[in-house]
Design a protein around this ligand. Structure first.
Ligand code: ADP
Length: 558
């Protein structure tokens, strides 16, 4: 990078000087040296002015300096200024005659014009031959004039400087070739970089367009909570939820991401302020990865329910470098669900009273059937059965519409509950040609709400019978360990596909096989069972395969 800058600055300065300035700058070092010799001559080499050759040398040098300034070099070709260093070599050759007056051999000064020639655009062959031949020829008059030294010594002296200049010129050519290669490499790298830069700008524009087009909010933060990115959707959401500045209960020394700190955020009830550590970006910064986390932005009436999700950003070494948090508004959906639950619970509630009255009256009729024809009794029984089914359905609807299942756990013998549940399912099992069995040995203690767990077990046993349309067997077994009691309800019925099993605890879900058949149901039993079990801090799971039955397992605190 530094070298690249150096080359650029040299180019710039060269261009700024202009051709005349450049020639003058190249000539100046030699001119200064020779001027120094002239000035020092009277004191240091008094015999120097006696040498005709030296006088020619100084005159030539002075003429060259004037030429550098006066000649309009730009009018001639780029090689024209080379006449100056060539004539410099001639001047130096003539000056060598000064050695007889005690001047140290000035042949070494030839290095200045040789560097000039070698650095020019002249071909390698021409610059090498000039660098060798001109110093050699220019020294001839001096050699021929001095007859005191032996011929061999003079020849050696005459060859030494040209050979040195040849070496200097060669070295310059190599350096120049290397520099050229380097320049080419740098230029091609620069071109590559420019392409990459343009590419990355293009990608950035594309990414920004995508981010601003999508209908979700996206925020990226670094490990210290500094925002790296906030798309337009999110900026609008935050704008609508921005609170007037107010003091936060932030613990001293902690830094809440600025943007999130000034937002009014509440929980799903739209009124309880969300604690700082439960805010989505704060959770993401704590390294949590989550999805479908509902929070409300803004004050109660105008609050917007947003489903949030976060993923941590990690570097190659797996260190936490920040997080990306996504915000998806679900206000409409949540409001629609709440309205639906409201309708369901109101309607169910209104149905219950007349239904209870119908069942009560039918019970009274069936309690005393004397005097009634048996077809009438059968019809009343059918009406009673259906009214009871309707009441069960209404109860399920009411329960599934209520927000939470309330449980009152106490020490309970599960063996008794299993026995009672199987007892009440006996008639249904008999009618469906299903054989019921259990190996649960009493007492089997658990910390549960007996009413709720009976309801859950009844649901599982009645499903096991209902979904064994060709008969078969249903077995309830139990196991315990790790502070948990497990109840398994296993049937040999129709079973389900893995995809169905994954959705079986969702409200109103019924498998396609069941929906197409004639088995009645509303798809609420398992979701209620799950809510009951989770209300105890337990869990429910299902293992099944089509045609090979199903096993539902309840895990409850012992
Ligand atoms: P419902 O039985 O009223 O449809 P549930 O919530 O109890 O509602 O069950 C949901 C769905 O799960 C059922 O419709 C059925 O497709 C499937 N399912 C439940 N239990 C079993 C089982 N033991 N064997 C096969 N499928 C079952």
């Amino acid at each position: 990078m530094l070298r690249q800058r150096l080359i650029r600055s040299m180019d710039r300065h060269g261009k700024a000087l202009g051709p005349r300035g450049r020639v003058l700058v190249c000539q100046l070092p030699l001119a200064v040296m020779l001027a120094g010799i002239v000035m020092a001559a009277p004191a240091a080499w008094p015999g120097l002015p006696d040498s005709i050759l030296c006088r020619y040398a100084f005159a030539l040098q002075a003429a060259l300096l004037v030429a550098c300034v006066l000649v309009p070099w730009q009018r001639f070709g780029p090689l024209a200024p080379l006449v100056i260093p060539v004539l410099d070599l001639v001047a130096i050759g003539l000056l060598r005659d000064g050695t007889t007056a005690g001047l140290p051999d000035p042949g070494v000064l030839s290095v200045l014009p040789v560097v000039w020639i070698s650095a020019s655009r002249l071909s390698a062959a021409a610059s090498l031959s000039l660098s060798f031949s001109v110093p050699l020829l220019a020294a001839l008059p001096w050699l021929l004039a001095d007859r005191s030294a032996p011929l061999a010594a003079r020849t050696a002296e005459a060859l030494l400087v040209p050979l040195m200049m040849l070496a200097v010129s060669l070295a310059m050519r190599f350096a120049r070739a290397r520099l050229r290669r380097e320049q080419r490499r740098i230029r091609s790298k620069e071109a590559e970089l420019e392409v990459l830069l343009a590419d990355s700008r293009e990608r950035e524009r594309l990414l920004n367009t995508i981010l601003d087009t999508v209908d979700v909010g996206i925020v990226a933060v670094d490990a210290s909570g500094r925002r790296l990115l906030t798309n337009t959707w999110q900026a609008d959401l935050e704008e609508s939820a921005a609170a007037a500045p107010r003091p936060t209960a932030e613990p001293a020394g902690e830094v809440l991401p600025e943007e999130e700190g000034r937002l009014v955020l509440t929980g799903q009830d739209r009124s309880t302020p969300l604690p700082l550590e439960r805010r989505p970006i704060r959770r993401a910064l704590a390294g949590e990865s989550f999805a479908d986390y509902l929070v409300c932005f803004g004050e109660a009436a105008a609050s917007r329910v947003v489903s949030t999700g976060a993923r941590p950003l990690k570097n190659d070494a797996g260190d936490f470098r920040g997080a990306v948090v996504v915000f998806n508004e679900v206000t409409g959906l949540v409001d629609a669900l709440a309205a639906k639950d409201e309708v369901v619970s109101t309607v169910s509630h209104e149905f219950r009273t007349p239904l209870t009255s119908i069942i009560g009256n039918l019970d009274l009729v069936l309690a005393d059937t004397e005097g009634l024809d048996s077809p009438v009794v059968r019809r009343v029984e059918v009406a009673q059965r259906n009214a009871e089914r309707l009441l069960a359905l209404v109860s399920d609807l009411l329960m599934s519409a209520s927000a939470a299942v309330h449980v009152h756990p106490r020490r309970t013998d599960l063996a008794g509950i299993v026995e009672a549940s199987l007892g009440s399912a006996q008639a249904h099992a008999h009618a469906s040609r299903v054989c019921l069995a259990t190996d649960v040995q009493g007492p089997l203690w658990a910390h549960v709400d007996p009413l709720r767990i009976s309801q859950a077990l009844d649901n599982l046993v009645s499903n096991a019978i209902k979904y064994s349309p060709d008969g078969g067997s249903v077995r309830v077994s139990a196991s315990s360990g790790d502070g948990l009691v497990r109840l398994h309800v296993e049937d040999t019925g129709m079973g389900m596909t893995a995809a169905d099993a994954g959705r079986v605890f969702t409200r109103f879900f019924r498998s396609p096989a069941v929906r197409d058949g004639s088995i009645p149901g509303a798809g609420l039993g398992l979701s209620i069972t799950k809510a009951i079990v989770e209300g105890h801090g337990g869990s429910i799971s299902c293992r099944t395969s089509p045609g090979h039955g199903s096993t539902f397992t309840l895990e409850l605190p012992a």
